[in-house]
Design a protein. Structure first.
Length: 294
């Protein structure tokens, strides 16, 4: 069978050659457009995720609780198409614009096959040492009393550097001392450290000199998060501390060298008082926006 290129080569008329090239180009555009017409663009998905995360009402602290602002830009855009659990598109967001975020959320979107609609998931993890409440228009509420994580002093850590750039280098070196893994019934997967922190923060008024969140990921999908912080104590001592937070339902652990420093069991039942929680299902089940056309 003759190919389009063969037709072009056999045509001696420049006008016919130009016409054929134009036709082939239009056909290519039509085929590409038809193949992707039913799939939302990356920008459209990001806009939809932002609209949904912004619809959640977040407060922190004892009653009367204080509203917490959303960090408008996602900390991380991620996917894990080849994993045991497939994530096609998602983003991590934070609430709290000063100091350590009060909570993180991973908003996950999946277009189901055969025009069966879409699935949304809203995973939540508490980072605050105080009560946090997230309320959805869909009717569910997440209200852990605290993060439930123990902060530990970084052993053999260097003195806290004076410059922000040098402290970043120190935090990266400290992060490399840790590994993290998640376990399923049939396998255990080592997670990959994303050495560029997904978030950097400080709160000098409360003794927090510097801090960063590092993701341990399957693909780029974060399953555990390491927080490293340089803090100033009342006596003037400056030191490094760390804590891990879960971002997945599988059994998860972290090690420093050969020593296990943090471990969480698999989640079988979702409890909205626990520091990690997930609401998932249809758009109406998770967010129930007044207008869910986008």
């Amino acid at each position: 069978m003759k190919t389009a290129q063969h037709v072009l080569q056999c045509s001696g008329d420049p006008k016919r050659t130009t016409w054929f090239r134009t036709l082939i180009g239009l056909l290519a555009i039509a085929v590409t457009t038809a193949a992707s017409a039913d799939e939302p663009s990356s920008a459209d998905v990001l806009k939809a995720m932002h609209r949904r995360v912004a619809s959640l009402k977040v407060t922190a602290g004892a009653e009367p609780a204080t509203p917490v602002k959303l960090v408008e830009t996602p900390l991380l855009r991620y996917s894990n198409p080849g994993g045991l659990t497939v994530t096609t598109d998602g983003a991590v967001w934070a609430w709290g614009t000063t100091g350590r975020p009060k909570a993180l959320t991973a908003i996950f979107f999946e277009q189901l096959p055969d025009n069966a609609g879409s699935k949304w998931s809203c995973e939540l993890t508490a980072l605050a040492d105080e009560p946090v409440t997230v309320t959805s228009a869909a009717g569910w509420k997440w209200s852990p009393p605290h993060s439930g994580t123990e902060w530990k002093k970084c052993p053999d850590a260097p003195a806290v550097a004076e410059s922000a750039n040098e402290r970043l280098r120190q935090m990266k070196d400290l992060a490399r001392q840790f590994t993290s893994s998640e376990s399923f019934p049939t396998q255990t997967d080592e997670l990959r450290l994303l050495i560029r922190p997904i978030h950097r923060y400080a709160d000098a008024d409360h003794g927090l000199i510097d801090g960063a969140l590092f993701a341990f990921s399957a693909g780029t999908n974060p399953e555990s998060v390491l927080a490293l912080e340089a803090v100033a104590e009342a006596g003037g001592e400056r030191r490094w501390q760390y804590a891990f937070f879960r971002m997945g339902a599988a059994a998860t652990r972290a090690k420093r060298g050969e020593s296990i420093v943090w471990e969480r069991p698999a989640i079988d039942v979702w409890v909205p008082k626990e520091p990690y929680f997930s609401a998932f299902g249809t758009d109406r089940d998770v967010f129930n926006l007044a207008d869910s056309t986008e």
